[in-house]
Ligand binder design. Sequence first.
Ligand code: C2O
Ligand code: CU
Ligand code: CU
Length: 541
Amino acid sequence: MKLSRRDFIKLGALTAATAVLPTRAWALMDNGGDFNLDPRDPGGFSSPLFKPGFNGGLLGFFEPRGPFMINATQGSANILPGKESDLLIYQLADGAKGYINPILKVKKGQRLNPVLKNSLSQQATIIHWHGLIVDGKNDGGPADGISSGETYQYDFTVRNRAGTYWYHPHPFGFTSEQAYKGLASFFLVEDDDEIRLRRSLGLKLGENDIPLVIQDKRFDEMGNLMYEPDENEWFMGFLGDTILANLTVKPYLNVIPQVYRFRVLNGSNARIYRLAFLKGAEKAAYYIIGNDGGFLDKPYRTNEAFIAPGERMDILLDLRNFRPGDELFLKSLPFDPMDNEEMTEPMAEPMAAEPSMGLDNGEEFYILKLNVKKSTGCQPSHHQRIPGVLSCIVPTDMSDAMMREITLSQADMQWFINGQKFDFNQFPIEVSRNTVEIWDIMNDMMSMPHPMHIHGFQFQVLERMVMEGAMENPGMDLAVDEMGRLPTDLGWKDTVLIWPGEKVKIAIDFSHNFQGEQRYVFHCHNLEHEDMGMMVNYRVA
Ligand code: C2O
Ligand code: CU
Ligand code: CU
């Protein structure tokens, strides 16, 4: 059953808050013109980037002060000019405020009691808190899906460091479709490090500290999201041809000469981005200050970085040396996606000449335009300095660590972890609590890049290496240490991209004080791969 916008508004009213999605200005300007949605074209960046705010609405910041309910349901929004797109949304009502895909903003140490209600018409669902250190029952994995009409009660304490975490569905077999259709948002944790940084740079959430979720989607003529992967797309991952940032297509952001923080989430199912800010042909420097598990020890100056599905990257862009009138683009630079097309050849039927414009992984395109304006008000922050220290990363003690080998491979259009597909009832990986393990994750040469993600814990990346005889990969040039690590590998991680022919060593400390045995999953965050079974149960006993 599909709900019309009218039904959706009714649903909104039922929750005591009319959750109205923002209507974008250009959606109202029915100028009958052709809208330029092609991300390869720098023209047409004319819709204001949707910025989260404190008054509810889409991606509104929500600071829980007691139990709350998140309702997974159908909705719609103006994404394409003059069109309503059906979406799946997380809806939340707080007094008079209604939220769509609320950004949860919590403090380290805070206890949370969310209830999920499944109001999707058919499918099971469950919320997974991506990156959070929680017990198995609060993790929201595939074993805990609830049917339509049911609710799921969570109760956990936030143990994580300050950082940009997120939440999304994780039902067995339907994660990719539900996340693609709109179910996803941020989960921001604050602690003292966070407050210190914000003070020192005058960062204000929603103003110069902007959560930015980047996604690729495919729309039909009606403006609805299309999600019907064919066999090849299940195998390679589903790519969209339209790029959205905070659900805005071809967005621009007016900025002034000050420091901006972007908390980037790659919320795409399968697309990897190589992010750079360009002024003309020149890459602008930016600082990577954090990733999946919060702050790095210090800012790392760079001018490009890869971000794979599920990963987060916290960055500072210092615009103080830019002038009013300057224009910058956040782009994805071209790269070799290493997707070994030969893998699919035996199956490939003669490709019907598809009129679809298509946007390959690794293609170059524009994401967001920044227009530098004169600052009104007083001259901002010329004395402020990018801090030299952000946080303290304690290296995991590996003196008693156990080694475990993990292989990623494919055969017959299927992906495998240690030669196996996901089996709901098997726990091939058993870990003893309070031990440290080093996982040696090897991606076959005849493979594609896989962003591997673990539930329940954060890990440290120890080393990247290219296996003998394997091809070099596009990440290598960005290494900052002799272990082959990139700035995006430092600090704490929950998702790590592994290129074909690459071996990545990670250290995971399975210490916890949850009661009894805890069950989680480890999987590829290419969501089609996950749903196809590139996932494994593990338990910590
Ligand atoms: Cu964000 Cu198991 O996933
Ligand atoms: Cu996760
Ligand atoms: Cu994968």
